[in-house]
Write a protein that binds this ligand. Sequence first.
Ligand code: HEC
Length: 160
Amino acid sequence: MTHTLGTPPIRTIGRMTTFLFLVIALAVVVLAAAQSQQPSGSAQPSVPLIRSLEGPDLYRAYCASCHGKDATGHGPVAPSLKATVPDLTRIAANNGGKFPVERVRRIIQGEGVIASHGSREMPIWGPVFHQVESDVDRGYVRLDNLIKYLESLQAPSRKT
Ligand code: HEC
């Protein structure tokens, strides 16, 4: 009889250990996620998503502050940055006349390393464009439209 009375506490300890284990595992997962969300050196903009999917609208909302309305790099925020804000109408010209779609995509998404002066001042836009609206993620549509818009702004290459 004393034997059967002894078992419940042991089972409770077992459950507590499982519970504790789960709590620790959860904490580890949360910490790891938090760390992977913070790419070193660049700001994660906490900007709301605009409804439009159009390239020019996205550009005005997210990029013009630094790169300027005409994309030549003279936005109102540009003077306060350490880095020189590049002229986005010359991306193709600087690349032998060809607009490097994939590189631009990576830079905007924050996957590409910008090989300038070490630390990146341009914010990472991937997560902003991929905020899920209702049940659809239109992040790729936004990104594609924005890139097409940038491509349409390219100054004619002097080389031809
Ligand atoms: C806070 C200011 C800021 C904003 C906002 C910003 N950029 Fe930039 N961008 C920069 C800076 C500064 C660089 C130069 C690299 C660096 O130091 O980060 C750059 C570089 C780039 C480049 C690389 C150009 C090249 O010739 O290599 C592209 C493309 C670009 N930005 C596109 C965009 C787009 C598209 C948006 C809007 C979604 C945007 N940027 C918003 C500051 C900004």
